[in-house]
Design a protein around this ligand. Structure first.
Ligand SMILES: Cc1cc2nc3c(=O)[nH]c(=O)nc-3n(C[C@H](O)[C@H](O)[C@H](O)COP(=O)(O)O)c2cc1C
Length: 315
């Protein structure tokens, strides 16, 4: 057991990253049963949907799971209130300042994990009672900050007392081992779970991911402060074209609205925004969640066992 597995009551220190329009009860159940921590993404949803998903998880497993609330969501108050009322084991909150919301979750007996883009906010959420933080580097899929995972691990971990979970670009056991050597207590993985059999994302997205090369990743919105990492396609070409010509923000928002759902649910991988991280090349097959989690964990253990000999030759 380490600090994170103890905190959440899980077997492996692996959190399935919440992914809007994608990570629902089915994946959270499978991840929990396999020994990780599943997270239902509440972004773009409403109270009734959340309650239904929570009910499904509770009916299927007694393993811990979490709800994720992105604070940039227009109905964030409804999502936060519902998460609190449902008294789920833990919440992850990010994409904004989580401090005003920590206390009410703690009072409801819910563990709070904040998704943090920099050291200053990391220290402030720790001082305000957060149980753990996720530091998510710009290698990650979806909405991102501007700092890499390696730099976040370097800058933030030595300053923190609460467990730190590394995210962004971790897709195998070597990445997990590297994060642990840097002092992380866990990893949050998104893109690699898109290829889980139990992941409900459209099959077109899965197929596109399997074909993707390292150079297929691109960031939209860099110039306007709403950066999102996704796979290159017709949508990103049009969006980046608008950015280059300094088109009005309104026009770009219009083009981007609804595009996550378009790819994830409807399978339009040309005109939808296909969120995915930069670590793509090793993602080659669709596998059961249990196999994904165990292969990542076992590889990390193998790599860490070899670690002492990497720097100092032992006879
Ligand atoms: C398709 C997709 C959708 C995402 N949606 C969310 C979200 O709704 N809320 C959130 O906090 N993070 C979201 N993320 C970030 C993931 O939870 C996770 O931190 C990230 O994927 C880790 O980096 P990786 O993709 O390199 O594994 C999303 C990522 C992807 C790939």
């Amino acid at each position: 057991m380490n600090k994170l597995t103890k905190l959440l009551g899980i077997k492996y220190p692996i959190i399935q990253g919440p992914m809007a329009w994608i990570t629902e009860a089915e994946l959270a159940i499978a991840v929990g049963e396999a020994g990780g921590a599943g997270v239902i993404a509440c972004g773009s949803r409403n109270a009734a949907w959340i309650r239904e998903e929570v009910k499904k998880v509770r009916a299927a497993t007694d393993k811990p799971f979490g709800l994720n609330v992105p604070l940039l969501d227009l109905n964030k108050d409804e999502l936060l209130r519902t998460a609190c009322e449902e008294k789920v084991p833990f919440v992850t909150i990010g994409a904004g300042n989580p401090i005003p919301y920590i206390e009410s979750f703690k009072k409801a007996g819910i563990k709070v994990i904040c998704v943090i883009p920099n050291l200053k906010l990391a220290k402030r959420v720790e001082d305000n009672g957060a149980d753990a933080i996720v530091i998510e580097g710009m290698e990650a899929g979806g909405h991102i900050g501007s700092i890499t995972t390696m730099a976040l691990l370097t800058n933030i971990i030595p300053e923190m007392k609460i467990p730190v979970i590394a995210a962004g670009g971790i897709a195998d056991g070597r990445g997990m081992a590297a994060a642990f050597l840097m002092g992380a207590a866990g990893v949050q993985i998104g893109t690699a779970f898109l290829l889980a059999e139990e992941c409900t994302v459209h099959m077109n997205v899965k197929r596109r991911l399997i074909e993707a090369m390292d150079t297929d990743s691109v960031v939209t919105g860099l110039l306007h402060g709403h950066s999102a990492r996704c796979l290159k396609n017709d949508f990103t070409e049009k969006y980046l074209g608008l950015e280059r010509t300094a088109a009005p923000q309104e026009k770009m928002d219009q083009l981007a609205t609804g595009t996550s759902r378009l790819s994830a649910v409807e399978g339009d991988i040309a005109n939808g925004s296909v969120f995915a991280g930069q670590s793509l090349v090793r993602l080659k097959s669709i596998r059961p969640v249990r196999e994904i989690i165990e292969s990542i964990y076992n590889e990390a253990v193998e790599v860490l066992n070899k670690a002492p000999g990497l720097l100092i030759k032992r006879d």
